[in-house]
Write a protein that binds this ligand. Sequence first.
Ligand code: EPU
Length: 434
Amino acid sequence: MTYVLYIKNIVRMDKAMDKLVIKGGKELFGSVDIGGAKNAAVAILPAAIMASKDICVIENIPQIEDIECEERIIESLGCKITRIKNSVTIDSTSLNNLNANTEDVRKMRASYYLIGALLGRFKKARVELPGGCAIGVRPIDQHIKGFEALGAKVTIEHGTISVEAENLIGTNIYFDVVSVGATINVMLAATLAEGTTVLENAAKEPHVVDVANFLNTMGANIKGAGTDVIKIVGVDQLSGCSYSVIPDQIEAGTYMIAAAACGGDVTVNNVIPKHLESISAKLLEMGAEVIENDDSITVKSAKGLKGVNIKTLPYPGFPTDVQQPMSALLCVANGRSMINESIWESRFKHIDELKKMGAAVKVEGRVAIIDGVERLTGAIVTATDLRAGAAMVIAGLIADGVTEVTNIEHIDRGYPHIENKFKALGADIVRVSY
Ligand code: EPU
């Protein structure tokens, strides 16, 4: 049976709206520190609730809205959470509610990791269906296929998914599509199953590896994460541990692209250069200078970069999450560029916003054909989703005149202190409440 879920595009209405006002045209200089990886952290926090003894202390958790949202959800299950800056402590020994159904659950995509985590530890869970960015149909059939293969009964009723098993029994599971979410979710459940589970055609993203490393630090037995075959030997229980989340590949890529787009000389600190190879390669191909150090990357660029073609692919291919920021840069690159978005079918909604600023782009299905223009001009534009928001900020930074980016609740879900970080690099950008 195939289950297809449509996401809900929920914007917070409970506080004054903010917008970013950007006066474009400044080169960027200096250095920027990258935070912990959002897409690792939003899976590691649910993984932490699988500890039936001791507490988890997790460092390098980014200060973003999606994390705050997930912390509230985990507290609603009966766990105790304390946060000091980027360090989060989770005591899940008091977890007593297997029913995740608050408004926060519906707001964010990654709340679905609670299904795998609760199923693994308690063999039972009820979780409302998740929200997230409106970038296309976001099915969870591969998650369900994995849970069922482990022996769980899965039902969806009234917008809630229920999973239950007498016992979870390890088995071989072949994913029909490469899915980050399904790989992590089934890995969570299989960690506490009886016997051995082998996940084939697994996602290889750095955050999949980070979650596996975290689970192993808790006492799991997982091998092969980072390849397309992951072997999980089930263990009886997991314990709390101390762990530090990897740097955010997508945040880093966004600042690298911004540096290339604006010109200047920017060092992006606290990164794993290997995770950024596909982005570095494209910037080099465009004519920017990219210098890799042990844990930082410097991007230097002058105007006059040339257009390139991009196809988004699972890791180690070019990340779909960087496609939108990259499209803003390609709007002012020389010549024609083509973007083929192979992961999400609706990840070009921001193109209409870029066109308001003078971009010359034609979208045909999953392909955007971009003819570079000499300049973009400031306009009032909206962040249609998280990475679209980052694209509009970059467009505003390079445009002549003033750009206002509205709907930045989306940006706050995934980029910590974006205006402060750009301001420190010399950009003219302010957050205004209205
Ligand atoms: N897919 C299925 N069935 C499934 C699951 C996925 O057909 O059961 C398809 C999707 O429709 C899509 C492809 O497989 O075409 C990849 O989806 P995946 O499951 O990998 O995506 P996800 O886990 O829902 C995560 C990130 C996204 C990122 C994608 C791809 C989180 C919370 N989200 O989503 O991040 O775009 O992987 O790398 O980890 C973002 O950060 O802006 C963002 C959207």
